[in-house]
Design a protein around this ligand. Structure first.
Ligand SMILES: [Zn+2]
Length: 159
C-alpha cells in the first residue's frame, strides 16, 4: 500500500470530523471531500440519503466537483472518505476522473457495524475491485485509522 502523506492525514482528520457532524445533524455518519493536488478543497459533503438514497457523501462531493471540473482537471485530485467508497461511489469516482482515493474504515469493517440494517445494507465489494475493471488506474490508500473512524458509528446501526 502506498504511504499516506501528512496532507492525507490532515484531510482524513477533517473528513472524520465532518462524518461526526453528519450524524449530529441527523444523517448517516458519512462524509467526503475532493481535494486538488495543491491542497485546495474542491468539494466537501455529508450524507443526504434520507432524501435521496443515492446521495452518499462521496457522490455528493463528486457531483459538485464534476460540475465545475473536467476529468482531466480532476485526475490529480484525491477523494477522502471516512469509509471505503461503495460500488456506486467507486463508479462515481471513476466517471468523475478523480484519480486517487484515501479512506479510513474498510467496507468490511462497516459491514460488521451495520450488519443487515435496512438503513444501510452495506455492499461487500472492495472499491479496488471496481477500479481494477476501469480503463485507467485509480490509486487507493486505505484502510487507515479505523478505530477513530468507528467512533462516529458507535451505537448508530441496528444490526
Ligand atoms: Zn457509496
Amino acid at each position: 500500500m502506498t504511504t499516506p502523506t501528512a496532507q492525507d492525514h490532515d484531510f482524513l482528520t477533517r473528513v472524520l470530523a465532518l462524518a461526526q457532524r453528519s450524524r449530529d445533524e441527523g444523517h448517516h455518519p458519512f462524509a467526503a471531500m475532493v481535494v486538488a493536488a495543491d491542497g485546495s478543497v474542491i468539494a466537501e459533503a455529508m450524507n443526504a440519503s434520507s432524501t435521496d438514497r443515492t446521495a452518499h457523501a462521496e457522490m455528493n462531493a463528486l457531483r459538485m466537483a464534476s460540475q465545475r471540473h473536467s476529468p482531466a482537471q480532476l485526475a490529480g485530485a484525491t477523494l477522502y472518505a471516512n469509509a471505503e467508497p461503495c460500488a456506486m461511489c467507486a463508479g462515481g469516482t471513476y466517471w468523475s476522473g478523480v484519480g486517487r482515493v484515501v479512506y479510513a474504515m474498510s467496507e468490511a469493517s462497516l459491514l460488521q457495524l451495520t450488519g443487515s440494517d435496512p438503513e444501510n445494507p452495506t455492499l461487500s465489494l472492495p472499491c479496488r475491485d471496481v477500479f481494477a475493471r476501469g480503463q485507467r488506474p485509480t490509486e487507493v490508500i486505505g484502510p487507515l485509522r479505523e478505530d477513530e473512524a468507528r467512533a462516529a458509528h458507535a451505537g448508530f446501526w441496528r444490526k
